[in-house]
Unconditional design. Structure first.
Length: 319
């Protein structure tokens, strides 16, 4: 990455100043370290989250497209959204307007009522993780690490949104976050449920269903001896953190699994203080987990080969 600052239009979304304020503040410090320049869209509106699209699609698409139209007035064609739901909605509507001329016409008729217009293809919608990995690069990130996260075992949790079809991520097994954490010095555990759903807003509909989805993710991280879960989605962080006591109560478990944003761990590795990064605002405290960070790299794990089940199907001979 060159020393010249990389410039992007920025859609923060509603949660950056409320439930995910730690994400928002840590992004500012990470941007400072990496030379990223974000131009916040003026007069942006809520992306509608998930429910509004299922209630009335055209007004929902029009509200989202309004943000795209405002972003097109900035000095860049790159639009960054750190919230996974915001990213998905912006990315989806941009794509749908390109793909479906009738929808494009109707959405622009709605935008015209506010004196706006959006030409599909104008903005390239991206998640913050993609910008850091693809534009800044792993090597440039590693060069800015002053306090490696040696000894910290992290479970990289992507959630189900940024890996949806037509996204720029591998829907089956994304690795961007895994490798980024390794470059910070952390030990990345095997985490099979890395793209499973956290339940989203299901807590408002069926608590039992929502808590079971959360229990599976927390159990998976605990089973693989993670010190904490690292995520990139405000809804995922909120659910796994805020509802962890309810999960324990419903299922008789005793999880105490901190959930932090990936930018918070980046900021720690870059030398920023926990207070600057909003660490301590989480409900399940990360203080004990972060005390496990050591000054020396962790020894590589030696995995014993699994014994073959005598009742398993025969394997073909090696070539």
């Amino acid at each position: 990455m060159s020393e010249e600052k990389l410039h992007y239009a920025y859609y923060p979304g509603c949660s950056m100043s409320t439930s995910a304020h730690a994400y928002g503040s840590s992004i500012k410090h990470v941007n400072q370290a990496l030379g990223l320049e974000f131009e916040e869209i003026e007069d942006w509106n809520c992306c509608g989250a998930s429910e509004y699209i299922s209630v009335n699609a055209l007004p929902a698409y029009s509200l989202i497209a309004r943000n795209l139209s405002l972003a097109a007035q900035t000095n860049t064609h790159e639009l960054v959204a750190p919230c996974s739901m915001c990213y998905l909605n912006l990315h989806k509507v941009e794509g749908y307007m390109r793909k479906y001329p009738d929808l494009n016409e109707k959405v622009n008729q709605a935008l015209a009522a506010g004196g706006l217009h959006y030409k599909p293809g104008t903005m390239h919608v991206r998640h913050l993780l993609d910008v850091i990995v693809e534009d800044v690069g792993y090597d440039a990130v590693a060069q800015r690490v002053t306090k490696p996260l040696y000894g910290l075992r992290v479970a990289p949790y992507y959630g189900c949104l940024i890996t949806r079809p037509e996204s720029e991520y591998n829907p089956e097994y994304p690795t961007h976050l895994d490798e980024l954490m390794r470059r910070l010095g952390a030990t990345v555990i095997d985490f099979p449920l890395k793209t499973h759903c956290c339940g989203g807003h299901m807590t408002q509909i069926s608590e039992e269903t929502a808590y079971e989805l959360m229990r599976r993710i927390l159990h998976n991280a605990d089973e693989y001896k993670a010190d904490l879960i690292v995520t990139l989605c405000p809804m995922c962080q909120l659910n796994l953190d805020a509802f962890q006591p309810q999960v324990n109560q419903m299922f008789g478990t005793n999880f105490h699994m901190p959930v932090l944003f990936f930018t918070q761990l980046m900021g720690l590795a870059f030398g920023f203080s926990q207070n600057q990064l909003g660490i301590g605002s989480e409900i399940v405290s990360a203080s004990a987990a972060l005390r496990r960070i050591s000054e020396q790299p962790a020894e590589p794990e030696q995995r014993a080969p699994k014994k073959r089940d005598k009742n398993a199907l025969p394997m073909p001979p090696a070539l």
